[in-house]
Design a protein around this ligand. Structure first.
Ligand SMILES: [Zn+2]
Length: 112
C-alpha cells in the first residue's frame, strides 16, 4: 500500500533494523521500544485486521508464530517473551498493517 510505513520498510524504501526476513514475513526492531527487546513481526502482505483473515493469511501468521518460537533464543528471548497484536486505534494500533509485537529481554510487568 502506497502510504503505509510498514510496506515502505518491507520494500526497503525506509531503513529498518531487520533481524529476520523470508518470503512471507519480516522482523525488525521497533523504533520506540517498550521493552529491552521490542521487535515487530510483519507479514509482507498489507492488511490491517484479523477480521480480514483468509486461509492464506492464516497460514502465514501460523508460520510466523512457529518462526518466532524457533528464532527466540537467537534473538535474546530465551527467558520468555510476550506477543501482542493491537487491533484498532483504541487498542494502540498506530500502523494499519497487521503486525505482532514481540517484547522481552527483561521481566515484563502485567498490570493496567
Ligand atoms: Zn502496509
Amino acid at each position: 500500500m502506497k502510504d503505509c510505513v510498514f510496506c515502505k520498510i518491507i520494500a526497503g524504501e525506509i531503513p529498518s533494523a531487520k533481524v529476520y526476513e523470508d518470503g512471507e514475513i519480516v522482523l525488525f526492531k521497533d523504533i520506540a521500544p517498550l521493552a529491552k527487546i521490542h521487535l515487530l513481526c510483519v507479514p509482507k502482505e498489507h492488511y490491517a485486521h484479523l477480521s480480514e483473515w483468509n486461509a492464506a493469511r492464516k497460514r502465514v501468521l501460523a508460520d510466523a508464530l512457529e518462526k518466532i518460537a524457533a528464532l527466540a533464543p537467537s534473538l535474546g528471548l530465551e527467558d520468555g517473551y510476550r506477543l501482542v497484536i493491537n487491533q484498532g486505534e483504541s487498542a494502540g494500533q498506530t500502523v494499519p498493517h497487521l503486525h505482532i509485537h514481540i517484547l522481552g529481554g527483561e521481566p515484563l510487568g502485567w498490570e493496567k
